[in-house]
Design a protein around this ligand. Structure first.
Ligand code: MG
Length: 340
């Protein structure tokens, strides 16, 4: 297989602000894997500096991985992804792109949509939450108004006025709220805020404390009723045992774990331990969001809205109807490039 790649800049509709960062552009890298039969698989890496990757490191990894893929059999996805994980342990977004391109390629060769390769039902769909980034209360109300077709909203928190924001938003919408603190809270703050949030219809909270702060998670156990999900705390399946007894669920992202293969391993590991499962994404185009959507029927909660937050999505794939994600019909990922 021949690996080629090029960077793209995704422009955000609204300046994206979460507890620790603010930005207007997400740089991602698109890859193409061509086999000797002239069939092609596509993938996307949407790196985050929080996990130590950016578009330059991703392209460097692709340059180094190209040789490893050259004589590989695309059907040996387990073999290839295991070798890549060994060689590039930290480069999960880069590996996710290769993993999804392999799945795309193999499913295209078999002339079936990817969900069929996993034995999944395309009609077993999920509703995605729509993310409302941190802003002035007035702007956040405007964003909620714009998102009125979405029955579930993910409200970014981790500010001093989280409660005031949620109270104001609650006045203008009946949508289910999920709150993502993105590591922004202390123990006392979490207990106090989550008690009030119970009354405001908050379904779950993501990552209240800094990654690795298991002790704080333990301290709020039994003190709050809203289910707590780990995000920054859980990258791969091996991270799950360390979170048992302190969280109710995990947020899986292809860019964190290294691809669909590891995401499915995480799903089964979490199920064994009775954890709830969310699949989420970064700011990404429809290409990699669609890859994650192919396995949505395996999870409980879906947060796949990265492509809805940008103005220049070069691809079309998964469709959204009143928040419900609908898989495309085509072979492989079923994603195609939009014509200008
Ligand atoms: Mg999160």
């Amino acid at each position: 297989m021949k690996l080629s790649f090029h960077p793209i800049a995704l422009h955000l509709k609204h300046t994206f602000r979460i507890a620790r960062e603010i930005r207007d552009v997400q740089n991602t890298v698109i890859i193409q894997l061509n086999d000797e039969d002239g069939i092609c698989g596509y993938g996307e890496a949407a790196p985050t500096t929080f996990f130590g990757e950016d578009s330059n490191s991703v392209m460097e990894t692709f340059g180094r991985a190209a040789g490893l893929l050259e004589n590989a059999d695309p059907f040996q996805i387990e073999d290839i992804t295991a070798r890549l994980a060994y060689t590039f342990p930290q480069d999960t977004a880069a590996r996710a792109a290769i993993d999804m391109a392999l799945h795309d390629l193999v499913a295209r060769k078999l002339k079936i949509p990817l969900y069929k390769l996993f034995g999944l039902n395309q009609h077993d769909t999920r509703v995605t939450s729509f993310t409302i980034g941190i802003d002035t209360i007035e702007k956040m109300c405007e964003k909620v108004e714009e998102a009125k077709d979405f029955p579930v909203l993910k409200i970014k928190a981790g500010t001093r006025n989280d409660i005031e924001i949620l109270e104001e938003l609650r006045k203008i919408t009946k949508a289910v709220f999920r709150v993502d603190a993105n590591t922004g809270w202390t123990v006392n703050e979490a207990i106090e805020k989550l008690h009030i949030m119970e009354e405001l219809g908050v379904e779950l909270v993501e990552q209240p404390f800094p990654a690795g702060d298991i002790e704080s998670l333990r301290k709020i156990r039994g003190q709050v009723k809203i289910p707590v999900f780990a995000d920054e705390d859980v990258k791969i399946s091996a991270d799950i045992p360390g979170l048992l007894g302190v969280v109710d669920g995990i947020n899986i992202k292809l860019m964190k774990c290294g691809g669909i293969r590891e995401a499915v391993r995480m799903i089964h590991t979490a199920r064994v331990h009775g954890l709830k499962i969310m699949i989420g994404c970064n700011i990404e185009s429809s290409l990699s969001v669609t890859a994650a959507a192919h396995i949505m029927s395996l999870v409980d909660y879906v947060d796949l809205d990265g492509h809805l937050l940008i103005t220049n999505d070069p691809y079309a794939g998964v469709m959204v109807n009143k928040g419900r994600l609908l898989l495309p019909e085509g072979n492989g990922l079923g994603v195609f490039q939009k014509t200008e």
